[in-house]
Design a protein around this ligand. Structure first.
Ligand code: NAP
Length: 298
């Protein structure tokens, strides 16, 4: 339980509502900043403005998935008001407090460094990334089906990268009956790909493996699907790039060659905001319970 723990939420989207709900269920004292346009009141939460004393007795500040932009603006789909997180607000945050977000830009990292506030980036965590791979892969399948006139079953699919998203995607494609090759670079990944009944190859050799590909999925956050690779692909093939912006595809050349290439960021929040919110809520409330120890264990 989070009895006696004060959690302040600043901004967010539909995912944040799941986190708020869970914190209230666990008996935290919940303050909402930047939620003035909410359709209906959330029982058990207190609406506040962002002011100098907002965080005076707060144990944890919860920011949206993208904490702030490079100027400190915090996005909220629940408010038209501008929310800018600055030093002036955070100097009064008690020393024990932490800030949680999905991922932080340099502005937020610098702000927390300067004030010696512990910043926790949830999307960095293996558990969150692995849970998130479930809605990510479901969203990938949706995009694939919408953008092809052939089945995934029986198609030649390549997954680039064998990390938290790549493993899930490769497994699901195989389960759907695709012929799956996986591009990786570590010997232990090659061994695991082989063990899973998939075909491993080194990403350095990608050019050679795309000549008969129908579906090319990328999870490597570096330029990997280069013009040379695209030049070797059949014209009917589809590229779905899941890597964080700007992705790992030469989109300009893909367009020139008439190969459809889609950059698809943020799929969990788009295809399953409720699940994506619950994933964050579960991990976050566990972390808050650990952070607050005895005070939260009532
Ligand atoms: P991850 O676990 O770090 O996996 C990334 C994989 O890329 C690793 O297997 C890594 O291999 C491989 N890689 C990196 N550089 C490489 C290179 N030069 N050659 C070959 N392989 C290379 O990351 P993740 O959690 O799966 O996320 C992957 C990307 O998808 C990230 O950019 C993430 O932000 C994004 N993402 C997008 C969505 C969405 O909705 N579109 C959802 C979740 C995540 P090594 O182990 O050999 O380094």
């Amino acid at each position: 339980m989070l009895t006696g723990i004060h959690v302040a939420f600043i901004g967010g989207d539909a995912r944040q509502l799941e986190v708020i709900k869970k914190c209230i269920e666990m008996d935290a004292h919940v303050t909402l900043i930047g939620f003035d346009n909410l359709d209906s009141k959330i029982p058990g939460a207190y609406l506040k403005e962002l002011e100098a004393d907002s965080f005076i007795d707060v144990d944890a500040i919860i920011l949206p998935i993208v904490g702030t932009d490079d100027e400190g603006n915090v996005e909220s789909i629940f408010s038209q008001k501008k929310l800018v997180l600055t030093k002036d607000y955070l100097v009064k945050l008690p020393k024990r407090s932490k800030i949680y977000t999905g991922m932080a830009k340099t502005y937020l990292r610098n702000l927390c460094d300067d004030l010696k506030i512990e910043l926790i980036e949830l999307l960095d965590r293996d558990d969150v990334a692995i849970y998130n791979s479930i809605p990510t892969v479901e969203g990938t399948l949706l995009l694939t089906i919408q953008n092809t006139d052939f089945t995934i079953h029986g198609s030649n699919a390549i997954v680039l990268g064998f990390g938290r998203t790549g493993v899930t995607l490769a497994r699901v494609l195989k389960a759907l009956g695709a012929n799956v090759k996986v591009g990786a670079r570590k010997p232990e990944h090659m061994a695991r790909i082989y063990e899973m009944g998939l075909f491993p190859f080194h990403t350095d050799d990608l050019e050679k493996h795309v000549t008969d590909v129908d579906l090319l999925f990328n999870t490597v956050p570096q330029m990997i699907i280069t013009a040379k690779v695209i030049a070797n692909m059949p014209s009917h093939s589809l590229i779905i790039d899941l890597a964080s912006k700007p992705g790992g595809t030469d989109f300009r050349y893909a367009e020139k060659r008439g190969i459809k290439a889609i950059l698809a960021p943020g799929l969990p929040g788009i295809v399953a905001p409720k699940t994506a919110g619950q994933i964050i809520a579960n991990v976050l409330t566990n972390l808050l319970t650990e952070q607050t120890g005895d005070r939260g264990g009532k």
